[in-house]
Design a protein around this ligand. Structure first.
Ligand code: DCP
Ligand code: MG
Length: 380
């Protein structure tokens, strides 16, 4: 087609996000931010299909190597539906999308954004609260809502938990957990996963994966780690979940299920901070004693600890590195293109009727017939 004449091979974008390289930085942020607001807003209305459609369009644009300057450049790109094209066209012409501006101004979006950002509050709860007239943080407290223990922690530490976790803070927490783990068993291993493994400099939490080179020796580790961290006064809140994954002898029932069954601890850490960070006044000889570095400051940080037996470690690592969309696409690709079922525990081949073992992420990509995509390029 004539309209596609300007396309170069650089523009060839494969359909599945797990088939393409998506770096953290890309030149089309203006468009992807807009599309992701529409995706998020659709999610707030529990329109999963619409939410996914906008996200898919955004994700394709994140993989483009150059900045989009004309709708002609959209030609030949997958997953960018009519609605997304309209939004992109408007941004190209006016610099902004009126639909996105409308969403950002809407009372519902603003309220849902705040409410869902509270630890322990999902879209369903936020929606119910919204319908009861709750709009902001203060409304929750004054309405006398019955909160879960998790939500209580979310409310109590809201300010800290809504400020991003820096890479430095994530590394400091990882070190602390490593020390605790090493004091129990020097062979046990702690790996940072989630956004930080993909090269993000900020995140909403710290995701740590724990394993042991000897199968079975990972059992019981988490309880001991928690005891140590708790005795050091480092856990402001925590809740554990037992491992409910039994040795795979039958194929996964729900191939698209995103929940894994590893032993896990959702927590809020008390992270010590160096005193007098940020905008506070520098210390000098005339600084009153009570304003010098006597008390160390601290910050609440969300930390997830996940324990995997070493036989499932590669799958756990792949599943916990994300991005969430990259994971969703890996599972969709496995199911639709390869007749396989993938989750964070295993890969099942429905044609051969067998589980495919892997000790590295590379082997999993190879099982799926995909080129290996390193963590830094999984920011789909
Ligand atoms: N994950 C998933 N499906 C979910 C939730 C999580 O596949 N429904 C996986 C992919 C995520 C990883 O777990 O990358 C960690 O989840 P986070 O919510 O912590 O996401 P990130 O670490 O990617 O982002 P953030 O920087 O916000 O923490
Ligand atoms: Mg994370």
């Amino acid at each position: 087609k004539a309209a596609c004449a300007s396309l170069t091979p650089d523009y060839m974008v494969p359909v599945y996000a797990c088939q393409r390289r998506t770096p953290l930085q890309h030149p089309n942020r203006l468009f992807t931010d807009a599309l992701e607001i529409l995706s998020e807003n659709a999610e707030f209305f529990e329109s999963e299909g619409r939410s996914l459609a906008f996200y898919k369009a955004s994700s394709v644009m994140k993989a483009l190597p150059i900045r989009l300057t004309s709708t002609v450049d959209l030609c030949g790109l997958p997953c960018i539906g009519e609605h997304s094209q309209r939004v992109i066209k408007e941004i190209l012409e006016d610099g902004v999308s009126s639909e996105v501006e409308g969403v950002l101004q809407s009372e519902r979006y603003q309220a849902m954004k705040v409410l869902t950002s509270i630890f322990g509050v999902g879209v369903k709860t936020a929606d119910r609260w919204y319908r009861e007239g709750i709009r902001n943080f203060g409304d929750i407290l004054s309405s006398g809502q019955k909160l879960t223990k998790e939500q209580e922690a979310g409310v109590k530490y809201f300010k800290d938990l809504s400020s991003p976790v820096t890479e430095e803070e994530a590394n400091s927490i990882t070190d602390t957990v490593r020390k605790a783990v090493a004091s129990i068993d020097t062979r046990a291993k702690v790996t940072i996963t989630g956004g930080f493994r993909r090269g993000k400099q900020r995140g909403h939490d710290v995701d740590l994966l724990i394993t042991h080179p000897e199968e079975g020796k990972e059992a019981g580790l988490l309880a001991q780690i928690i005891t140590i961290l708790d005795s050091q006064g480092l856990l402001l809140y925590y809740k554990t979940k037992e491992n409910t994954y039994t040795a795979p002898r039958e194929p996964p029932v729900k191939p698209h299920s995103t929940l894994d069954r590893f032993e896990r601890c959702f927590s809020v850490f008390k992270l010590s901070l160096p005193p007098f960070r940020g905008s506070q006044e520098p210390v000098s000889l005339s600084t009153p004693l009570d304003k010098t570095c006597i008390a160390t400051d601290w910050k609440a940080v969300r930390v997830d600890l996940v324990v995997s037996p070493c036989s499932q470690y590669a799958y756990a690592l792949l599943g916990w590195t994300g991005s969430q969309h990259f994971e969703r696409e890996l599972r969709r690709f496995a199911g639709s293109e390869k007749q396989m079922a993938l989750n964070s525990h295993a890969l099942y081949d429905r044609k051969q009727n067998e589980f495919l073992s892997a000790s590295t992420e590379e082997e999993i990509f190879a099982h799926l017939g995909l080129p290996f995509i390193p963590p830094h390029e999984r920011n789909a």
